[in-house]
Write a protein that binds this ligand. Sequence first.
Ligand code: XMP
Length: 513
Amino acid sequence: MSTETILVLDFGSQYTQLIARRVREQNVFSVVRPFNIPIRAIQALNPKGIILSGSPANVYQKKAPLPDERIYALGVPVLGICYGLQVTAHLFHGRVKKIKRREYGFVRLNADVRDDLFHGLPKEMKCWMSHGDQVYRLPSGFERIAHTRTSSIAGFRDRSRRLYGVQFHPEVTHTPLGHKIFHNFLFRICRLRGDWTPQSFIRETVRSLKEQIGDEHVVLGLSGGVDSSVAATLLHRAVGRRLHCIFVDNGLLRLGERRRVRDTFRGHFRMNLRICDASREFLKALRGVEDPERKRKIIGRTFIKVFEREAKKIGRVSFLGQGTLYPDVIESVSFHGGPSSTIKSHHNVGGLPKKMRLKLIEPLRALFKDEVRRVGRVLGLPKELIHRQPFPGPGLAVRILGVVTQGRCDLLREADWIVIDEIKRAGLYHKLWQTFAVLLPVKSVGVMGDERTYEHVAVVRAVTSEDGMTADWARLPDTVLTAISNRIINEVSGINRVCFDISSKPPATIEWE
Ligand code: XMP
């Protein structure tokens, strides 16, 4: 993709992805790989620098996760973060020991040497620590570059071999000057150019898509969300009319979605767009199904079936384009026994049947969400599309608890539209990660006029989040909650009660299923 790649070796830290993002924010491409990938695979990536992540493990434990030592002989700079620093110390025969009391939270860091990694930084700065082990003795040839009140070695280097380590976490926002440390590592130590920009990404991607696709045709499931829209626009640039977008109305979409997608892509972008009403097929496949995982699998499978059928009608199609993002494909290390347990099967990944007849093409596989938005802006996609809140592949089905029927979909669609409308009216839409309504599988008693009612219950979910991995429930103003509740109960016939979800993720998830 780019000549300048930073390799982040993952030792199982919860912040590994953040490291990759901090690097990319400086216009340098980065990839995350498990700590034990073979040296040959590392050489094939031709990294210009390597960053070792943190880890819940200890370097002195049996079967401690350790990289192939030959990474240090590649001649590229290595920066170890937290456990990563201890890995370098351990492999170069320094001494790492457990400390009496875990150092956790904000710490004042004293930078002892400030001519490369800490260049331009103050002598004292706030940083964030989370460690139970510490380097007690430096390996030979290394010198200390930072300390704290309790850690005599909070940073070290071997300048001649360009090996560095910090005990704190520069990748978290709690280390306010962390971005400067990455900047120094990338530009002073690795001596990179930083030429990975949305423009260069678009150029490179379009070129490689052309090469990969040749004269073949591509189908792409266009949902109207940011990811598939950006993927479609990139593919459209690469192959023009040989891209066939298929919009599947699965009956689980938000109000007015079909019309909006048709106007934008067929009207504005002049793309080949097929609109396929498969709502009956989906609802039939979902009939009687209550289990969330089964719903997801059924929807994923039905999607592919519909695509394949539509693609056949187009003829000569060899590729299926998808807007899969990096966090969905990142191969992270799990220290809790085997691969991380499935919390929810993602529609884009988990729902795919094993025997697919089309080859997958995923132009956004290397990008995080905010990077997709930046690319979308440069591609000239409308602002309101780029900044749309995410909507899950399985759609309303994972917001309708219990069985999914036409009637329940219609009910939720109306309530959901009101939630979004009021949130936009209050100017909050772009401040929130997601806002939507959920329909519960219970009824409750109410009174309307002089009549007793026995109707459905809707829940309003509003969350703030950086990336969807963790989230907090949004403290919506009273006035907004009141307006939402009044309107849903008055305007949506069939709902007589509205609740507000006050759970954060974790331990809850954003979607209800
Ligand atoms: P959860 O519910 O796991 O959701 O906290 C995290 C984020 O992912 C979205 N989501 C999905 N997106 N296909 C998608 O494209 C899916 O199957 C899917 N499931 C959840 C969810 O809306 C939230 O933004």
